[in-house]
Structure formats: C-alpha cells, structure tokens
Design a protein around this ligand. Sequence first.
Ligand code: ZN
Length: 278
Amino acid sequence: MKLIYNRSSKLTSPCIAAVVLALMLTFHTGCSTPLVKALSDINIFTDAEELQFGKAYVAEHEKKVKLYTDPVVVNYINALGQSLVPHSKRSNIRYTFKVVDKKGVNAYAVPGGFIYIHLDLIRMAKTESELAFVLGHEIGHIVGRHSMKRLTKVYGIEIIKRIILDEESSEAEKLIAEILAAGLLFRYSRDNERESDFYGVQNIYDAGISPEGATDFFKTLQNLQKREPSTLEKLISTHPVHNERITNVRSHIKNLPPKSGLRRDTSDFRTIKRRLGH
Ligand SMILES: [Zn+2]
C-alpha cells in the first residue's frame, strides 16, 4: 500500500525526548530490553490527544458501518460496559459502547475509549459473563494503549500528532482513511492479546462477574469455529485464539482469590438474547 507521508521526516523533539527517556530507562534499570520494545511501552500521547485521534477515526468509521439502534439492546450493552469501567486500570476516561449491525462475530476498541461489538457476537455469547469478558478485553486494549503504540510504530509520532492537531486537513483525512482501510488499529501482537486477556479477566472479576466467562467464551468460540468458521473470520484475524491464550487465562483465574457472589448470568442478558431471536 502506498504511504502518503514522507518516511524520512526528521524526528520531532517529543520523539527525541521519548528516545532519550527510553535509553535512560533501559540503562537505569540495567535490563537488556531492546530500545524498540522500551519505546513501544512509553505512552507518548496525552489522554486528550488520544481522544482527538479517536474522534477523528470514529467519525469516518461510523460513516461506513450501520449501528444497531434497538434501545433495549444498545442500553444493555452500554450499561454492562460502563459497569466494568470503574474497575478497569484506566477509569479516568469516558468510554462508549456501541452495537454494530454487521454480519460476523467481532468486537474492537478505538483509541480514546470507543468500543464496538457486533450483533453476531452478542448472539453467540452464552452467558453475560462471556460478553463481559469480551468488553473487558476490549477495554484492556485501551488500557494498554495498544493501537496508539502500533500507529506510532508504523507512522512515527510526528505524523500522528499532525492528524491530532489538524484533523480537518486533507492529509489527515487521507491518513485516517488509510488506517481504516488497512485495519491498522487492530493488528495486535501476541503480547497485546495476552495483556488484554489479563486485564479482561481481572476487570470482570473485580466487577463481581465470574472470570470463568473468559474460558467459557473461548470454548464458545472454538465450537463455533468448527461449525461456522466464516462467521469468525474477522475476529480471529485480529484476535487469534492460541492455546497459549487459554492456558494463560486459566492460570490467571486459578490465582484469583476465592470470592463469593460472582455472577455468571442475568435475566437482562436472557431478555436481550430472546430479543435477538436466541
Ligand atoms: Zn484483542
């Protein structure tokens, strides 16, 4: 794909500062973390900048997708998502949870706190705890700032800051369109997935929901993968289910202190399922 920016652009001072900081951290801690890894772990955008970028992306994204509008379903998903936010590791930003009326099982998180879930995923989930894990996992991508780190790696901080500062410019519009078409925000690494799974399990457990929702969700996914692999194409391409993920999630759950009253399902969830014909 043709890139619309000049890769030889000079480093901006914030970028140099990030490199210096990464070097200092590397030497200070005495560890041998490669510079690139150290760099990718630094948050180089403020919450306000991330939100600006997210808003610009979402404006384009929502021109292309059909949002599901049944208030009973939409309000239920938003309420479930919002109930997780205070227990997340990044509860200081505003989140929105929306339902997308598009074929295929999928869920994704846009920087700034915009989380989308496909109707087919709601249809597939067997309990509220499964659905909560999916939302917790997506919140985890926001907590880990995975997409912003990915974008910075691909384009460099200078380009992304320019979009944020001047999102109305034609250059910014083209770049957003390119990021959207390439699905760049959702190309997660195994480390990203591991981290989001960890946050997702912890988040639902802390919110009083059974963490078994995570393992149940993976089982449901695997069963559907055998029966109707085509419906999972999109989700699996961005969130591959490796055995390693399931093993990690199981051991995380095993290490959680026992807690009574963890809920697996609710009558609200059953109402939604009936409404969606399941
Ligand atoms: Zn993921």
